[in-house]
Structures are given as structure tokens and as C-alpha cells.
Ligand binder design. Structure first.
Ligand code: ATP
Length: 446
């Protein structure tokens, strides 16, 4: 099933508000197996909204329109839908009474302008809003926008005398108009729209899972997955990247729950076979939560000694609830002097603050001082200043000391791409990844 998401609002077109609704809606629709053909954004202009609806409806089975359902003059989505359907707006007595109830409850008179929110295009259905006064609209867009409008002359649709816009949309596109306010939109979509879309999908059972990887680039992940990522494959495997984490979204869409569940698992197993331990978790798992679980399982603890990451690693490790079970101490030894004073690191100047020897000493001291099973240490050049020809921006050393043997300190050199924020983020994530591999008893593969 093909879906298009249309966002309406001047603030979106002007870049004053980031269109988070479309991103969220895309994820929801993709999760039930929809192919998202496009995101479109138009301002608060009825002609533009009409045009976008008519044009999009000809290209998709489901069109979600967010925004423009408010009570003010610039909220024109309902009028645009009515114009495309060539119908007038009629009063939803049910919604008017509900709105009246809202206002009675807070002891205020309902402004006259709010009444427009109880108007819906003739032939459409009102969708209840549990968090606000903007009810949603469900309508089927069929036929063209040319020709006579039903109810012309007595229509409550402003600008109802428009000339034809575009060739008409194909029959059977179901449009759902939802409020722009993210909280209201999400509640309405989850409760009333998504179940309907799942039904429209023909009763097919969709099962999805997201697998998370860290350490390999997206193209390397794709190469390793090979045929599994082939377009048109069912179950499908697609990748997304965020903060260096490459996630694989696996969707299985078959006629029964049993088959979808089985096929999903087969493809998930195939992804694991292709990528091995590079996959650190699935769905809600995060690197800190996965590392935390492993530490708890082994009855182990960890301390940190950080320079260029300024505490970010400690922050990540303590993001997971219950981290007091395994996180003991964190040192931020930013200045060379601090490395010597707080952790007894020797010869920092001779070895270099950013060197394997310095992080090795930092991790060993942190482990010894804290009495933890493991200690991670990071020192690097996050930039934009501080680089030398030998040590460009992104040069980072990470060490992992383990109590199982004083000789078992592993110090690694990395060169991370990107700006200061990226270098710091990847450093902290790589440190957690080193610890994860150690806990799994597997050598780091990169
Ligand atoms: P409604 O249909 O609920 O009346 P609207 O489009 O009239 O919505 P606005 O008054 O323009 O809503 O915006 C309400 C709030 O919702 C604003 O804070 C706006 O920035 C936010 N908002 C609207 N659309 C989006 C979107 N696509 N993504 C994120 N935020 C949005």
C-alpha cells in the first residue's frame, strides 16, 4: 500500500518549525508495511493545499494530511478537502456538542470561530480528538476536481468557485486529516487511523523488527547483507543511520500472523548470520542498555576516565535505568595536569596526552582506584583545533583495562570522521563497543 504524507502550515514552509510529524508518521506507516512515496509540505493557502491533495491522491492509496484544522482563518485543510471532493461542508452535531462540552467544563463560552471545527466535508467522517478541539476527517478522494461542485451557491466552503486544478485523483485514495499539534496528531493517529490503515492493507499480517549495529558504515553493512536488501524482497530489509548507529528495519508482510512471524525470524537470523556480533541489539535496545545487561549478567562493574569526551561516556553508561548496579566511578581528566594529579598518569608530555600509553595508564589507574572489574579511558582530538600533521582531528585512543589481568589492557587507535560533536559521540560509543566485545569474549572486528 502506497502512502503520502502532506504537512500543512506556513511555519513549516518557512522553516520556523521542523516537520517532526512527517517523520513520525512515516515510521508508523512503514511499520505496518506501507511504502511511503513522498512527503509534501505546503503553506496555509487553500489553493496550494487543494492542489497537493489532488496531486497526491492520484499517486497513493492512503494520504495523511497533518495541520490546518484549527479555528483560525489560516486553517484551511477542511475547506481544501471539500473543494477537491466537490462537496460542501456540513455540520457535525456530534463534534459541536463535544466541543461545547469542553468549553462548559472549563467555564468558558465557546468562541464563534470554533464552530468551523465542527464542519466536515459532506460524505466524510469525523475522527474524534481526545486532546483538543480539532477533530480529524476521514474521506475518500475519488474522481477529478473539475466540473460542478455539489452544493454550489449554498456551500460553506470558502473559495468554492475555484477553477479546475489538476487531472483528478484515482478512485479509492483514503485521506485522513489529523491535527498539526504533535501530541493531538499522535493520539488520534494511533487510536483511530492506524488500525483503519491496517485493515485497508487487506488483513495482511505485518511483523517488523529493527536490528541495531555500530562500528561499520552503512555501505559495508549493505554489502554484507547482499541479497537480503534486494528491492521487492519480502521480508524487506532497509537501513537507516542515526548517530553512527546503522539500523536494519526488517518487515515481513504475509497473509497470516504465523507466516509473517516465521518469515521475519528467518530473515532476522539471516541478518545475524551476515553481520554477527556487529548487531548489538534490537528494537528498543541501546548500546548502554545492552552493555549494562551484559555487565549485570557477569556480575561486573565499570569505571571511566575521560579526556576529550568530557564525561559523555559516563553519561551514556548511566543513561540506562539501574546503572548503579554496574557503574562505579567516572573521572574527567581534561588537562594534562589532571591526568597526573587524579590518576597518577606519568610522562604525559613525553608520551603525548593523545597516545596509547596515556590511555593505557588512565584505564589502569581508574580500574585500580575504583575497584571495578573494567575501566575505559578515552583521549583524543575532537577539534576543530589541536590537530597536528601526525594527529589529525578525529584521532582518538581508547583503552580498556580488565581486572582479570594487569597485562590485559587493550589500547586502540581510531580516526573518526566528522565535527567535534561526532568525534566525541563516536568515541564514547566505540568505548562501549570495546567493552561489549570483551564481555562477549570476542575480539573487536574493526
Ligand atoms: P491543528 O490542525 O491542530 O489546528 P494547525 O496546523 O492549525 O494544527 P498550528 O496552530 O499551525 O496547528 O500549530 C500548532 C502547533 O503544532 C505549533 O506548535 C506547530 O509548530 C506544531 N506543528 C504543526 N505542524 C507540525 C508538524 N508537521 N511537525 C511538528 N510540529 C507541527
Amino acid at each position: 500500500m502506497v502512502a503520502i504524507i502532506l504537512s500543512v502550515g506556513d511555519e513549516l514552509v518557512l522553516g520556523q518549525t521542523v516537520d517532526t510529524n512527517s517523520a513520525w508518521l512515516s515510521q508508523q506507516l512503514a511499520a505496518v508495511g506501507c511504502d511511503i512515496a513522498a512527503h509534501a509540505t505546503v503553506g496555509d493557502d487553500q489553493r496550494a493545499v487543494e492542489h497537493a491533495i489532488a496531486e497526491s491522491a492520484g499517486r497513493c492509496d492512503v494520504l495523511i494530511v497533518s495541520g490546518g484544522l484549527g479555528p483560525t482563518e489560516d486553517d484551511l485543510t477542511r475547506q481544501a478537502i471539500a473543494a477537491v471532493m466537490k462537496v460542501d461542508l456540513i455540520l457535525s452535531e456530534e463534534w459541536l456538542a463535544t466541543m461545547q462540552g469542553f468549553f462548559d467544563k472549563i467555564g468558558r463560552t465557546m468562541p464563534e470561530s470554533n464552530k468551523i471545527q465542527a464542519m466536515i466535508p459532506r460524505g466524510s467522517k469525523m475522527i474524534f480528538n481526545t486532546c483538543g478541539t480539532a477533530a480529524g476527517i476521514e474521506a475518500t478522494i475519488s474522481g477529478g476536481v473539475s466540473g460542478q461542485r455539489t452544493g454550489a451557491g449554498k456551500s460553506t466552503t470558502p473559495n468554492a468557485d475555484h477553477s479546475p486544478l489538476t487531472p483528478g485523483p484515482s478512485a479509492g485514495c483514503v485521506l485522513f486529516a489529523v491535527p498539526g499539534v504533535p501530541k493531538e496528531m499522535k493520539a488520534m493517529f494511533a487510536r483511530d487511523v492506524l488500525p483503519h490503515i491496517e485493515k485497508l492493507a487487506g488483513g495482511a499480517a505485518i511483523r517488523s523488527r529493527t536490528l541495531h549495529t555500530f562500528g561499520l558504515g552503512e555501505s559495508t553493512v549493505a554489502e554484507r547483507l547482499g541479497e537480503l536488501m534486494k528491492r521487492g524482497r519480502n521480508p524487506s530489509v532497509g537501513t537507516t543511520v542515526s548517530g553512527g548507529v546503522v539500523s536494519l528495519r526488517v518487515n515481513a508482510r504475509f497473509e497470516s500472523v504465523e507466516r509473517s512471524t516465521r518469515e521475519l525470524q528467518n530473515t532476522v537470523d539471516a541478518c545475524h548470520a551476515a553481520l554477527g556480533d556487529v548487531i548489538y541489539g534490537q528494537d528498543e535496545d541501546t548500546l548502554p542498555s545492552v552493555v549494562g545487561r551484559l555487565l549485570i549478567k557477569k556480575g561486573s562493574s565499570v569505571a571511566t576516565a575521560e579526556s576529550c569526551t568530557g564525561g559523555l561516556l559516563a553519561k551514556y553508561l548511566t543513561d540506562a535505568a539501574g546503572s548503579s548496579a554496574y557503574f562505579t566511578h567516572g573521572w574527567i581528566t581534561y588537562a594534562d595536569r589532571a591526568k597526573g594529579q587524579l590518576l597518577g598518569v606519568q610522562n604525559v608530555e613525553q608520551n603525548g596526552a593523545v597516545s596509547a600509553e596515556t590511555v593505557r595508564q588512565m584505564s589502569q589507574s581508574a580500574m585500580k582506584e575504583s575497584g571495578s572489574t573494567y575501566a575505559l579511558a578515552i583521549s583524543g582530538i575532537a577539534g576543530p583545533t589541536g590537530a597536528t600533521p601526525e594527529k589529525p582531528v578525529g584521532t582518538v585512543y581508547i583503552a580498556l583495562a580488565a581486572a582479570e589481568g594487569w597485562q590485559s589492557v587493550e589500547a586502540r587507535h581510531f580516526l573518526f570522521p566528522g565535527d567535534r560533536e561526532m568525534v566525541r559521540d563516536r568515541s564514547a560509543k566505540m568505548a562501549m563497543t570495546m567493552l561489549r566485545y570483551r564481555l562477549l569474549g570476542t575480539p573487536l572486528p574493526f
